[in-house]
Structure formats: C-alpha cells, structure tokens
Write a protein that binds this ligand. Structure first.
Ligand SMILES: NC(=O)c1ccc[n+]([C@@H]2O[C@H](COP(=O)([O-])OP(=O)(O)OC[C@H]3O[C@@H](n4cnc5c(N)ncnc54)[C@H](O)[C@@H]3O)[C@@H](O)[C@H]2O)c1
Ligand SMILES: [Zn+2]
Length: 375
C-alpha cells in the first residue's frame, strides 16, 4: 500500500526526486538506497519534529542496520545563526562526514536552510536529504536549493544555492503540526494558484479546510501540485536570473513589510504575512486597473476561507503607509532605487512590475489600514 507520488526536479547533473505521500519516514532507507554509505547516518533535527517522529526514523534506519548520529536544533528562527552553523559544521567534521556522504535535514524550513547551507560549504559541498516536516517546508523551502542563515542586518542574507539529493515529504508527519502552522503553510500553497494556475486556485478555495485538517487525499494533492509548480519554476530559472523564479515572491514584498513592522515575531507568522501580502498585491493591481475588483476580492476570499487574516486593519498596527514602505526600502530585491513588485493581471497570471512608485504604495496602504475595519 503506497500513495506516494514522485516529482522529478530536472536540473542538468543536479536533478533529484521529491517524493510525496504518507509513511515515507519509515521507508527512508529504501528511498535513500546506496546514498547512505555508512553505518552511522548524520541527522540534523528540529527538536519538536524529532520528539514526534524521530523514533520512526530511528527504527527504520535500525532495520537497515544503521544508527543515527543526532544534531538537535532548537526550534525557532534564531537557530539559523553563525554560531549554530559553526557548531553544526564542527559536528559534521568530527563525525567524519565526507563529500560523498548525505546529511539528513529533519524538520521545517529552519532546519532545512541551516543544514542545506552547512552541506553546501562542508569540504566545498557534501550531499543532503530533505525530510521536511512542516507544510511550508514541504511545499516551498525543501525544494529548489536555496539555503541560508540570518545575518544581524537581515534574514537569509548569508547563503548558497545547493540542491538536495532527495526530498521525502511525508504528509503524515504533519499530523502533529499546530493548526496555525498548517494555515500559514497553506498560504504558500494557494500562492501557486494565484501566481500561475487559476484552476488550482479554485481547487484550493474549495479544499482549504480539508487540507488544513489533514484529509490525506487533499493534503497529498495540495503538496504534490505545489511541488510540481515550484519545480517547473526552479527548472526554468534555478538561480533567479531570468525573473521567472521571482514569481515565487508573490505577496512577499508587502508581507515582508508587515513582518518587519511586527518585529518578525509570533504576532505574524511568515505564511500569515504572505497571505495578507497577496491580498494587498491583488488589490493594488486592481487600483492600477490591471485586475478587476471582483478578482481581487476573490483572492481575499480564498485567503479568508483558510482562516487566515485577509485585512491588514485586523492587525491593529500602530503604523501608517509611509512607515510600511520604509521597511520595503530595505528589501534585498531593491535594485538601483526601484523595487520590483509582483502584481496580477488575472488570478493565475502574476508578473513583475518595475514601474511602481513607492509613495503611491504608501497611499494605498494608508487606505487599507483605515478603510476595512474588521468585523
Ligand atoms: N530555502 C527556501 O527556499 C525557503 C523558502 C521559504 C521559507 N524558508 C525559510 O523557512 C523557515 C520557516 O520554515 P517553517 O515555517 O517550516 O518553520 P520552522 O522550521 O521554524 O518550523 C515551525 C515550527 O514547527 C515545529 N515543527 C516542525 N515540524 C513539526 C511537526 N511535524 N510536528 C510538530 N511541530 C513541528 C518547529 O519546531 C517550529 O516550532 C524560515 O527560516 C524561512 O526563511 C526558506
Ligand atoms: Zn514565503
């Protein structure tokens, strides 16, 4: 009995499989095969993910006559630090990890980004296998090869492109994920519909609650469709050179400003900020006359059915448009004084606008902060 689906990421010489389904952690040795060359397997694990699902992996490796060497990572963004990177790479070196070996990243985006970057630089690059255990990591961060830690001056500013050799997205592992994290991850799922696939947007709007409440068929479908969408974009533009990969940033410029304003705290999770950011991108597109008001409100409704906030007035920010725009000026996509914006011509058709005037955005945000007081 296997419901597993495989999506191939086609990259010359660096291609790999993303396997999506249930009970995959228990079958990791079969999927990894000869890639696990040694009796001791290095596993870098998020402490929560390990507490819930570590035993399953340990037993599976045990059945294959292997044992786990565990590097435990404290949950939270703070773990993507120079200090932790040093501790992790020292640990890998002491363990005797070689270029041809694989390190397993077991957790959400934090563990995936940290482990991926450590693997990118250890002896100029060793292998790594992603076992994403959050919805966000399964549909976004584990695929595509972006790895990073945070710098004092901002998130993800130190990093490298380094593709994993295998991704096992075990959707059964999401059963223990808090509902709020499921909802935040769902924002990145529906994003693929809004940016490039109107039919998938409709599917997401209709199936949001099934996905968030772990209906296995809906959840596998949501992850598989998302991975396929991301894979297509990454294969077309691995290093974000042609602009195609930039489409994945839909909702992120507005979202980032909201995250910055709320201090990158639990007040607003990344996915929650992206959800609001997509609504703002849609409404701003409507303000420019490029999208109908009706479609902009359909985007808002798709976000709201997932139980995500769709109105920035609901955040009760003590802020105004110019202040939010000030955060955008520090965006790493800022290029020679202009900021490219991901906007919509239709649901399913995002594009990069290079002619957005930030004072107009400030005006628009002021209006959004005031006009729609949440019920
Ligand atoms: N590399 C990329 O392309 C990319 C893309 C998007 C985001 N990211 C990065 O991903 C990170 C966010 O990832 P995330 O949302 O997965 O957050 P996360 O890794 O912080 O995990 C969220 C929470 O879920 C817990 N958790 C993980 N798996 C669990 C499970 N199965 N059951 C119960 N709890 C579990 C963790 O302990 C943590 O508290 C950010 O650092 C972001 O920069 C990277
Ligand atoms: Zn994101």
């Amino acid at each position: 009995m296997s419901d597993a689906r495989t999506v191939r990421v086609d990259l010359a010489g660096r291609g790999y499989d993303v396997v999506i389904g249930t009970n995959l952690i228990a079958r990791l040795p079969q999927y990894a095969g000869k890639r696990l060359r040694k009796a001791t397997v290095p596993v870098v694990a998020d402490a929560n993910a390990w507490a819930h699902h570590g035993e399953t992996l340990k037993e599976a490796l045990g059945r294959a006559d292997k044992e786990v060497a565990l590097f435990s990572v404290e949950p939270g963004e703070g773990s993507k630090s120079w200090r932790n990177l040093e501790a992790l790479t020292d640990w890998m070196l002491n363990l005797g990890v070689e270029r041809g070996d694989q390190v397993i990243a077991f957790g959400g985006g934090v563990v995936g980004d940290l482990t991926g970057f450590a693997s990118a630089i250890l002896k100029r690059g060793c292998g790594f296998i992603q076992v994403p255990t959050t919805l966000l990591a399964q549909v976004d961060s584990s695929v595509g090869g972006k790895t990073a830690i945070n710098a004092k001056s901002g998130k993800n500013l130190i990093g490298a492109f380094h593709q994993p050799s295998l991704v096992l997205a075990d959707t059964g592992a999401l059963a223990t994920l808090p509902r709020r994290e499921m909802q935040a991850g769902f924002a990145e799922v529906i994003k693929y519909g809004i940016l490039g696939d109107a039919a998938f947007f409709d599917w997401c709007s209709a199936n949001a609650s099934a996905v968030i409440s772990h209906d296995p068929v809906a959840l596998n479908q949501a992850v598989a469709k998302s991975v396929e969408a991301k894979t297509r974009i990454v294969a077309a533009d691995e290093r974000e050179l042609s602009g195609r990969r930039a489409l994945l940033n839909l909702g992120h410029t507005f979202g980032h400003a909201l995250e910055a304003e709320t201090g990158f705290s639990d007040t607003l999770l990344h996915g929650e900020a992206v959800a609001l950011g997509m609504v703002l991108a849609a409404r701003y597109s409507a303000r420019r006359g490029e999208l109908s008001d009706e479609d902009a409100e359909r985007v808002a409704a798709g976000i709201a059915v997932a139980g995500l906030r769709a109105e920035i007035s609901a955040l009760e920010l003590k802020s105004d448009g110019p202040r939010l725009v000030e955060h955008m000026r520090h965006d790493k996509k800022m290029d020679a004084g202009t900021l490219p914006f991901l906007l919509l011509r239709a649901i399913g058709e995002a594009y990069v606008a290079h002619d957005v005037i930030l004072s107009d955005v400030a005006d628009f945000l002021d209006q959004q902060l005031r006009s729609r007081v949440s019920a």
